[in-house]
Design a protein around this ligand. Sequence first.
Ligand SMILES: [Zn+2]
Length: 251
Amino acid sequence: MKLTPRQQRFVQEYLVDRSPSGAAVRAGYSTHSARKIGEQNLKKPPIAAAIAAATGCAKPPERPALTPDAVLQRLWLIATADPNEIIEHRRTCCRYCHGDGHRYHWTQSELDAARAAHAEGKKADEPFDPLGGPGYDPRRPPAPKCPECFGDGVGAVYVKDTRRLSPGARALWAGVKQTKDGVEARLNDQQAALVTVARHLGMFTDAGAAKDTDLPDLSGITADELDRLLAALRPLFAPPPVGGGGTGGRP
Ligand SMILES: [Zn+2]
């Protein structure tokens, strides 16, 4: 009763958060039928046996009961995750940064296509000008002395492979939404999570005067104050649990 690689991955992912549908998605099954597949998988004897072996239980454990500590721990993960693990704004080289003589820089295939088009064109008798030559790589940093971008490069938003996030970043990641302009990457609200944790721990009550429903006004909080608040809260939490294993770790 050997597991397929995908079933193995399903087992690993299921052990992280005990979510059949989440594990199915992360193991690469169709998102549409993740819930059904996840439930079916749990009933397959080889998968049930692998989970039982990993957890020391005779049968797959139920999803753990929701406890205040578990909620708090998750909110804390969200509050302290680094958004850069998921989305980065990068500044990289422009087309003129690294071309010969700061002229237009091509990738090899672009240059080949331009050369072929020239050979077919009206000016085929004239020599082809390769401008800045081949070798453009949009991942390179800007050239400080570039006369076109002046060393600023060009900005680009880069979304990481969300199958390989740390537990904190996974808690922060809220999936994607299809919009008319494309796909929108979404994160959970870190400040709301932090405020909820702090409020739960009674950090904002004034000698018991404030009601539980009173939300503190954090609209004017500075980055320094936020850092101090985080530093005060951090010792109250154990380090985040390391999930699963074998999922490839960080990108
Ligand atoms: Zn440039």
